[in-house]
Design a protein around this ligand. Structure first.
Ligand SMILES: Nc1ncnc2c1ncn2[C@@H]1O[C@H](COP(=O)(O)OP(=O)(O)OP(=O)(O)O)[C@@H](O)[C@H]1O
Length: 234
C-alpha cells in the first residue's frame, strides 16, 4: 500500500521529533492553534527545511531522490499566495511539470475554471484566483503526496467545496493527501485529523472523536456550543 512514512523528523525549537504514517486514499487534516507547528511539520515532510530523520514516500527516501523524481513524489503548497512575478497563469501551472504537457495544463485550467484568466499575469489576479492557480500547479505532476498548507483559506464557499472534491478525487486515485486548515467546520469531510500543538502531534483521531474530546477543547481553548459552533472557553 502506498504510504508516506516519516521517522524522527524535527526542526529545532519548532517541531519535536515526530513519526507519522499516512496511507494513500486517506484524507488527513492537520489542525492546531496558531504557532502549533502545522507549517513546520509540512515543511519538514516536504524536506524544504533541514529536519533530520527521514521521509519515505511509496518506499523511496525523499532525501535521496533527484529533483525531477522529488516532484513526482510530493508537492508542497505554501500558505502564502504571494506571487510578484508577472508570469501568466498557464506558465505558472506549467512550472509544476517536468516537461511541457499542453493537455495536462488544459485539463487543470478547465478544472479550476481559469480559461478566462489563462493568459493573465498572476500578479494581477485576486487572492482566491491565485489560490486556484497555485493548487493547479501543485497537482500538475500528479505527485504521490500532496502536502497542502491552508489551501482553502481565501476561497469562497463554491471553491472550498470544489477543492474538497479535488482532494477526495486525489485520495480515491491513490494519492496521499495531508491538508492544514483552520476551519473546523470542514473537519468532518476528512477521514482523519491530526491535532498539532507545541510542536508535537497531540492526537490522531477520526474528526468527530477529535472534536468531542476534552483535550481538543483544552488545546484550542474553545468549547462546543449546544446549538452548534464554538465559544471561548474561560
Ligand atoms: N522561520 C522561523 N524561525 C523560527 N521560528 C519559527 C519560524 N517560523 C515559525 N516559527 C515558530 O515555530 C512555531 C511553529 O510555527 P508554524 O508556522 O509551524 O505554526 P502553524 O501551526 O503553522 O501556525 P499558524 O496557524 O499560525 O499558521 C511557532 O512558535 C513559530 O513562532
Amino acid at each position: 500500500m502506498t504510504s508516506l512514512i516519516a521517522r524522527q523528523v524535527a526542526i529545532d525549537e519548532r517541531l519535536l521529533q515526530t513519526d507519522l504514517d499516512v496511507t494513500a486514499g486517506e484524507l488527513v487534516a492537520l489542525v492546531g492553534p496558531n504557532g502549533g507547528g502545522k507549517t513546520s511539520l509540512l515543511r519538514a515532510l516536504a524536506r524544504i527545511e533541514d529536519a533530520g530523520g527521514k521521509v519515505m514516500i511509496d518506499g523511496e527516501e525523499v532525501d535521496a531522490s533527484p529533483p525531477a523524481r522529488r516532484r513526482r513524489l510530493l508537492s508542497f503548497l505554501p500558505a502564502s499566495r504571494d506571487m510578484t512575478w508577472p508570469i501568466s497563469v498557464r506558465d505558472v501551472i506549467a512550472l509544476g511539470l517536468d516537461r511541457p504537457d499542453a493537455r495536462r495544463i488544459g485539463y487543470l485550467i478547465e478544472q479550476f475554471e481559469l480559461e478566462r484568466l489563462a493568459g493573465r499575469p498572476v500578479n494581477r489576479l485576486s487572492t482566491g484566483e491565485r489560490a486556484r492557480v497555485l493548487m493547479a500547479r501543485a497537482l500538475a505532476a500528479r505527485p504521490i503526496a500532496l502536502l497542502l498548507d491552508e489551501p482553502m483559506s481565501n476561497l469562497d464557499p463554491y471553491w472550498v467545496l470544489r477543492f474538497l472534491e479535488q482532494f477526495r478525487m486525489a485520495a480515491d486515485e491513490g494519492q496521499i493527501v495531508l491538508v492544514a486548515l483552520h476551519d473546523l467546520s470542514l473537519l468532518g469531510r476528512f477521514d482523519r485529523a491530526l491535532l498539532i500543538a507545541d510542536g508535537k502531534i497531540q492526537m490522531s483521531e477520526a474528526p468527530a472523536n477529535l472534536m468531542a474530546s476534552e483535550r481538543f477543547a483544552e488545546i484550542f481553548r474553545i468549547r462546543a456550543e449546544p446549538a452548534g459552533g464554538w465559544a471561548i472557553r474561560r
